[in-house]
Design a protein around this ligand. Structure first.
Ligand code: NI
Length: 174
């Protein structure tokens, strides 16, 4: 099922997500829905809080930009090590049609559980995956890439998002 993606500012995007403790059918459904929602929106990553689910679940698929990339499911992920720094141009499905440069690490190491609860380790260096990991994991803490921008820039984007939300709700009513 394709879910609505929450648009910033939405208080649910600001809540820290809770760890997953049950690897059951409900988790399989959530992961399936998250991929479906991400692909429908043409995104390369999605975190559960973006569809209003406060759980530490992330899906990422950076193909075809990253050659040979596979769809990734990350449960309770954490960055164990980060190195270097790089200015990336970033966007977010919860902040549609906005692209801004953000300083991130060049290389990250992440540990997580897969959908079955098995431990996995990922290393990403200078690729879109390295950016996606940092961006999506930030969502689990209630963070967004716009937090890295100046107050002025964030204010302008906020006004555009509020107008967008207003238009969307007018369409729904009418
Ligand atoms: Ni995002």
């Amino acid at each position: 099922m394709i879910h609505d993606i929450l648009i910033w500012p939405d208080p649910k995007l600001r809540e820290a997500a809770a760890p997953v403790t049950r690897f059951d059918e409900a988790l399989d459904t959530l992961v399936h829905d998250m991929f479906e929602t991400m692909y429908a929106a043409k995104g390369v990553g999605l975190a559960a809080p973006q569809i209003g689910v406060g759980q530490r679940v992330v899906v990422i698929d950076t193909s075809p930009q990253d050659e040979g990339a596979q769809p990734l499911v990350l449960i309770n992920p954490r960055i164990t090590r980060a190195e270097g720094s790089r200015l990336w141009s970033e966007g977010c499905l919860s902040v549609p049609d906005e692209q801004e440069k953000v300083q991130r690490a060049e290389k990250v190491w992440v540990t997580a559980l897969d959908q079955k609860g098995n431990e996995i380790a990922i290393e990403a260096d200078g690729s879109l995956l390295a950016l996606a990991l940092q961006h999506e994991l930030e969502h689990l803490e209630g963070g967004l890439f716009i937090d890295h921008l100046s107050t002025l820039k964030r204010g302008l984007i906020k006004r555009r998002m509020l107008r967008l939300k207003e238009k969307a709700s007018t369409r729904k009513r009418g």
